[in-house]
Design a protein around this ligand. Structure first.
Ligand SMILES: [Zn+2]
Length: 106
C-alpha cells in the first residue's frame, strides 16, 4: 500500500517521502505512519548523489532516525486512519570521523 502525503509548510510545498517507507511499513502492518520533511531537491540530492565527507573525503553513509510522535489520526490519500506516527529524519554520516550531516549541510 502507498502512503502519500503532500504538505504545505510555510508556503513551500514539501513532498513527504512516504513511498519507500510505506512499503516497509506495509510489511509490518498498516498502522504505522511515517512522515519526512525534505524538499524535492533535498530528496533527489540525498538519494541520487554520492556524498563525500568535507573533512576526510570518505564516502558518507545514509542513516535514518525515527522519532515516535504518538498515536493519532492521520490523513492518507484522503482517508483518515488511526496509526502510530513517526517522524523520520535523514542524515549522512562519515564512518571515519563520525561527522554528521543534516539535509541542509550536504
Ligand atoms: Zn570524515
Amino acid at each position: 500500500m502507498l502512503d502519500f502525503d503532500i504538505e504545505v509548510v510555510g508556503g513551500i510545498v514539501i513532498a513527504s517521502i512516504i513511498i519507500i517507507l510505506g512499503f516497509l511499513g506495509a510489511r509490518y502492518g498498516n498502522n504505522k505512519h511515517y512522515e519526512a520533511k525534505l524538499t524535492f531537491d533535498q530528496m533527489k540530492d540525498y538519494f541520487l548523489k554520492k556524498h563525500d565527507c568535507k573533512d576526510c573525503n570518505t564516502k558518507l553513509k545514509r542513516i535514518t532516525k525515527k522519532e515516535y510522535l504518538g498515536e493519532g489520526w492521520t490523513r492518507m490519500m484522503g482517508n483518515f486512519s488511526y496509526s502510530k506516527k513517526y517522524r523520520v529524519t535523514y542524515y549522512l554520516k562519515c564512518p571515519v570521523c563520525n561527522r554528521l550531516y543534516t539535509s541542509e549541510d550536504y
